[in-house]
Ligand binder design. Structure first.
Ligand SMILES: [Zn+2]
Ligand SMILES: [Zn+2]
Length: 154
């Protein structure tokens, strides 16, 4: 039912249709996250599209602060996982499985060193380690958090 409503490749929805996502443009690069949090969240790696500018709508959306810097959104009615995003900043990754886009392919795998041995993908993708993710993201997120605190002090 939900799938029928989102007929084009930029529209996606949860299982029950209460939460929908609209991409700013068609996207096909899937990122796979092997981190321990995603594994617990999904019972497997999380596959997502980096989609800044995506709009998420629906009253059933629940947002959960999953770490010091990030939050995860899911449908409070059917439980479908919708997004992961930093608490500060414009980035948002939305679940790739919400979309029926035939061109979807695995472009990168992150936290690759955290991947448990019981599965693997054959995709010839870019592999990023936990250390390289931390080097890229921690300084950026700390600076954003400090800016937010400073704005609050003014
Ligand atoms: Zn739902
Ligand atoms: Zn993850």
């Amino acid at each position: 039912m939900a799938r029928a409503m989102g007929t084009d490749e930029r529209s996606g929805a949860c299982l029950c249709g209460a939460v929908s996502v609209r991409l700013p443009r068609a996207m096909c690069d899937v990122g796979v996250c092997h981190c321990a949090s995603c594994l617990r969240w999904n019972s497997g790696p999380w596959m997502s599209l980096q989609a800044p500018g995506a709009t998420v709508s629906g009253d059933a959306l629940v947002v959960y602060r999953s770490s010091a810097f990030a939050e995860r959104g899911f449908c409070g009615r059917c439980g479908t996982h919708i997004f992961h995003r930093p608490q500060d900043g414009p980035e948002i990754a939305v679940s790739a499985g919400l979309f029926q886009h035939v061109e979807l392919h695995i472009a990168r795998e992150i936290f690759f060193d955290a991947k448990p041995p019981f599965y693997r993908f054959v995709a010839d993708s870019e592999k990023r380690s936990s250390a390289s993710m931390a080097r890229e993201w921690l300084p950026r997120l700390l600076i954003r958090r400090m800016r937010r605190w400073l704005r609050r002090l003014r």
